[in-house]
Write a protein that binds this ligand. Structure first.
Ligand SMILES: [Zn+2]
Length: 272
């Protein structure tokens, strides 16, 4: 069993995770939240950072303020996609910045090379994928559930960084955050049919399930295969082993809550 790549930390009462080598580089600030340390009431307790599930907006706001404050960042620094399980990627540049912070319509991934701009994304089982091109430097952050994965959101981010920043695949570093892990992620016909039709079908990693036609989907390894195909080095892909579904004390899980949204983790990254 490989060692967990993320380190757990606590600041201002909040538990969160980070990749030590990125933290040490001083090139980026980044983190992935847990559910511990916020003000939300049950069933959203405690650090719900997403508005979608029906939590009190003022609580989500306060939670976001606390989380961003770990890096001395404010909501005015934060950009994130609407997250519609599609493959639209938005470049946050000098054309977007004056329009103001917050949610960008229909996007599931953002990229930027503007220092200080915080890219954010939300998940409660879905996989968040962080991208760092230390040479340019430039960053990206993608939300990849099974739909986004099938649509190639991760390879799309690599292409977008190559096109906009002349990023080289061989220097790109990738972090995959805690997500639902394969042994908790049984899928059915809808997913299998979509996978069979996907452009990236040979990259899909399914584990045999207990029931016929209900295998387990390995989201991180599937995305890793796609990224390696584009020339990203295996040793530059860091995958967390934390399962959001198996750790109710630490993480929200859409599937564990019976398909109800009871809160979201948040990932952020910014260039220093
Ligand atoms: Zn699990």
């Amino acid at each position: 069993m490989p060692k967990e790549v993320l380190q757990r930390s606590e600041k201002e009462g909040i538990t969160y995770f980070f990749l030590p080598r990125w933290e040490a580089s001083n090139l980026v600030g980044h983190g992935f939240s847990s559910r511990r340390g916020g003000v939300s009431q049950a069933p959203y307790d405690e650090l719900n950072l997403g508005y979608k599930g029906g939590d009190r907006p003022q609580d989500v706001q306060e939670n976001r303020r606390r989380f961003l404050n770990i890096w001395k960042k404010k909501k005015q620094d934060l950009f994130y996609g609407e997250q519609v399980h599609a493959s639209k990627i938005i470049l946050v540049d000098e054309k977007i910045l004056p329009a103001g912070y917050g949610e960008l319509c229909a996007a599931d991934a953002l990229i930027t090379r503007e220092p200080g701009v915080v890219l954010g994304a939300f998940a409660a089982d879905c996989l968040l994928i962080y991208f760092l091109d230390p040479k340019t430097p430039a960053i990206g952050l993608a939300h990849a559930g099974w739909r986004g994965t099938m649509l190639g959101i991760a390879p799309g981010v690599v292409r977008a960084m190559q096109n906009n920043f002349a990023t080289r695949a061989e220097s790109l570093q990738v972090l995959m955050a805690p997500a639902i892990q394969p042994y908790c992620y049984e899928v059915g016909g809808e997913v299998l049919q979509a996978a069979a039709a996907a452009r990236w079908k040979t990259d899909f990693v399914f584990w045999p399930g207990k029931k016929k036609n209900h295998p387990y989907l390995n989201l991180p390894e599937t995305n890793k295969n796609m990224l390696c195909r584009l020339g990203i080095k295996k040793e530059n892909i860091f995958i967390s082993k934390y399962c959001t579904h198996c750790n109710p004390d630490l993480f929200y899980s859409y599937r564990r809550s019976g398909g109800k949204m009871t809160g979201s983790q948040m990932g952020i990254i910014f260039l220093r």
